[in-house]
Design a protein around this ligand. Structure first.
Ligand SMILES: [Zn+2]
Length: 147
C-alpha cells in the first residue's frame, strides 16, 4: 500500500549520524485520523514516520529525519516509528496488520534488519503500555515469511 504523505512539524532534521537499526511499533489509542491531528499539532511535540489504519498508510516524517516517537532521543535517531490504529479494547484490523507487515518487510530489506530482533515494541524503550493490543509477534513472523 503506497503511503500518503502528511506533514508534521515535529521532527529533527537528520539522524545525528545514526544508522537505522530498529523499527519501533506503537498503537495510536485511536484511529489514524487521531494520529494525523496529533502529529500536525506543533504543541503535541510528538510524531512518527508512519501511521497505519482504516485502509491507509500515512507518512509524516521522512526516513532521513528523526521522528519523536520513542520517548528517548537516541532511540529516535536510530529507529523508524510506526503507529497502528488500535486501542485498549480494539486490536488492529486485518488490513492494518497486512499493511504493517508489507511496510516493515520493505524497511527490513532497505536497512538490512532482522525482523525477529530489530522490530521492537515501544515498551522495550521506555515504561509504557504501548503498543497495547498490537500483536508484535504476528508482525515479526509475517515479515520474516516475506523476506
Ligand atoms: Zn508508542
Amino acid at each position: 500500500m503506497a503511503p500518503v504523505t502528511k506533514t508534521s512539524p515535529n521532527y529533527t532534521a537528520g539522524r545525528g549520524g545514526s544508522a537505522v537499526d530498529r523499527i519501533v511499533i506503537h498503537y495510536i489509542v485511536g484511529t489514524l485520523a487521531a494520529a494525523d491531528a496529533t502529529f500536525a499539532d506543533p504543541n503535541s511535540g510528538v510524531s512518527a514516520h508512519y501511521g497505519i489504519g482504516e485502509g491507509a498508510v500515512h507518512q509524516y516524517v521522512s526516513e532521513k529525519n528523526t521522528a519523536w516517537h520513542a520517548g528517548n532521543f537516541a532511540m529516535n535517531q536510530r529507529s523508524i516509528g510506526i503507529e497502528h490504529s488500535a486501542d485498549a479494547v480494539r486490536p488492529p484490523s486485518q488490513s492494518t496488520y497486512t499493511a504493517s507487515i508489507e511496510l516493515c518487510a520493505q524497511l527490513c530489506r532497505t536497512y538490512g534488519l532482522n525482523p525477529l530482533t530489530q522490530i521492537i515494541p515501544h515498551s522495550s524503550v521506555v515504561a509504557t503500555a504501548c503498543p497495547g493490543t498490537v500483536d508484535l509477534q504476528r508482525i515479526r513472523n509475517g515479515v520474516k515469511a516475506r523476506l
